[in-house]
Design a protein around this ligand. Structure first.
Ligand SMILES: Nc1ncnc2c1ncn2[C@@H]1O[C@H](COP(=O)(O)OP(=O)(O)OP(=O)(O)O)[C@@H](O)[C@H]1O
Ligand code: SF4
Ligand SMILES: [Mg+2]
Length: 505
């Protein structure tokens, strides 16, 4: 652990909320559940929780990057805020006006101000229409007659996005992917919108064309004073273009912060894992490549997302509270909002909860030791910082709990290390114990095992959080009573892939 890492915590991140721009778009509690229907009568049997209650705002002139794994709801969110899709719940305000339920005619004037660049440049352009017709369509739909006529304006737009104005009469199939993406951008810019939502604007392009399109969007923003919401999964692109970044996981926003804070001191473990995958251009930190955090398992199904914190099935820091209580998106630093009980680079929000879930122990095996140490040190350092600030403000009251938070962090890292060492030396011991319990008790009720283990760990570790002792007591304690309790808590819905895999073991 070098000192350099400890210094990476910006004491006061630049507050995006203090940025000059007015709030252009405000989203509150936004949800989109896609119903799943079955049978002759097409009865609803469930729903895909594609977007499940998100809150954020976009300020005029800024670029908000939205990142997250495939299927986490980014495109759905983009379609909702441009009102191409109807939300299940929540509100969308544009320039202070509620546009959540505006109909086609109500939305017509707004369409001029809010435009979208679609994810797929191949399917988003009508193959039967010429480029001139496609880019000129917004003028015709809005009844706008640009100075000099539509054709002249379309040709001007073509040259703005770096295409030959003489290609006005060509069809989409006569263009490359990069050129089509430019056509999509030209169409979105035709009516000089205020907000452009660009869904993966460069992901279908090769690297050199990506750079051209990104630079083009940058230039256009400066020239036309555009506001962007750029959805992407390429973190290098997002870092380059964004002022602020929102991180989504399974339909929720888990962290939102300005670019510097997010890349230098991410607070949500999922953000930290995503950031660890970004190549570091600094030659001095090339060794940091080995610190990449691998996430355990796949993203759970959005049909039945995990309880509490949705990331708890893959998080190496998850404790019981993560499984039972959903963390709220709180502003822990100015401009940095995070939904996590045990954030990185910050004082623990639930220091009393110290016993890791079984899934967390398994997940931590994929996390390099250096990362765990760094996590404990940076969080302890911030906790001390917070303690100092609090002590000056409120002399005595808060001090003890922060010290406890520091101790807890160190305990957790120690516990994770012990786990890892034990697993390396005698990999099968814990597994054998677990299997015994499963065979005797859980043969008929397999889904109770994991919950039962967690229960036992929780009870025992309240007195002695040592991982070795907890492992020893697992086999003795996971009796009928606990399995019954676990059975009672068993959710009625389908289990996530990760939990199923754990049970299968
Ligand atoms: N029209 C629809 N009907 C049912 N489910 C849908 C529909 N559109 C999206 N979904 C589901 O909603 C979830 C989110 O999809 P979305 O396209 O928003 O993800 P994404 O984050 O944009 O992914 P990617 O990075 O792969 O583009 C997925 O599980 C998807 O299967
Ligand atoms: S520590 Fe808990 S709340 Fe935070 S991301 Fe992990 S599982 Fe979620
Ligand atoms: Mg998408």
């Amino acid at each position: 652990m070098s000192d350099e890492k400890a210094v990476t915590i910006p004491a006061q991140a630049k507050s995006a909320d203090s940025a000059d721009g007015e709030i252009l778009l405000k989203v509150s509690g936004l949800k989109r559940h896609f119903p799943i229907k079955k049978g002759l009568l097409q009865r609803q049997v469930g729903a895909v929780h594609a977007v499940d209650g998100i809150d954020f705002e976009v300020r005029a002139g800024e670029t908000l990057g939205v990142v997250g794994e495939s299927g986490c709801g980014k495109s759905t969110m983009g379609r909702l805020i441009t009102r191409l899709d109807e939300p299940t719940a929540g509100t969308i305000e544009f320039e202070g006006k509620d546009i959540t339920h505006l109909g086609v005619s109500g939305m017509r004037p707004m369409r001029r101000d809010v435009q979208m660049v679609f994810q797929d440049p191949y399917s988003s352009l009508n193959p039967r229409h010429t480029i001139g017709t496609i880019i000129g369509a917004p003028f015709r739909l809005q009844g706008v007659e640009p100075e000099g006529g539509i054709k002249k304006e379309v040709q001007r737009l073509l040259s703005v996005v770096g295409l030959n104005p003489e290609h006005y009469n060509r069809y989409p199939h006569e263009f490359s992917g990069g050129q089509r993406q430019r056509i999509g951008i030209a169409r979105a810019l035709a009516l000089k919108p205020k907000l452009v939502v660009a869904d993966e604007p460069v992901s279908a392009l090769d690297v050199s064309i990506q750079a051209q399109v990104v630079n083009l969007m940058d230039d256009l923003q400066e020239e036309l004073g555009l506001t962007y919401v750029i959805i992407a999964h390429d973190l290098s692109v997002v870092r380059h273009v964004s002022d602020r970044i929102a991180v989504m996981y399974l339909g929720k926003m888990v962290e939102i912060a300005d670019r510097t804070s997010l890349y230098e001191a991410p607070m949500h473990p999922y953000t930290k894992a995503l950031m660890s995958a970004v190549p570091i251009p600094d030659p001095k930190r090339r060794g940091a490549k080995s610190e990449r955090i691998l996430l355990r398992g796949d993203v759970p199904s959005p049909i039945s997302p995990p309880s509490g914190c949705r990331f708890h099935t893959r998080c190496w820091k998850a404790t019981e509270i993560c499984k039972t209580t959903e963390p709220q998106l709180l502003e822990l630093r100015p401009g940095q909002r995070v939904a996590c009980h045990h954030p990185e680079n910050f004082a623990d929000q639930a220091p009393q909860d110290t016993v890791l879930l079984t899934a967390a122990k398994e997940a931590s095996e994929l996390v390099p030791d250096a990362v765990l140490e760094e996590s404990a040190e940076t969080s302890a350092a911030v906790a001390a910082e917070v303690a100092e600030t609090t002590a000056t403000k409120e002399p005595e009251a808060e001090k003890p709990s922060v010290t406890k938070a520091e101790e807890t962090k160190v305990e957790k890292v120690e516990a994770q290390k012990v786990e890892k060492t034990e697993a390396a030396e005698k990999p099968s011991v814990t597994k054998v114990e677990e299997t015994k319990v499963e065979k005797t008790e859980a043969a008929e009720k397999p889904s109770g095992t994991e919950v039962a283990e967690t229960k036992v760990e929780k009870t025992e570790a309240a007195e002695k959080p040592s991982v070795t002792e907890v492992a020893e007591t697992k086999a003795e304690k996971a009796g009928t009573e606990e399995v019954e309790k676990a059975e009672a808590e068993k959710p009625g819905t389908e289990k996530s892939g990760t939990e199923k895999a754990a049970d299968d073991k």
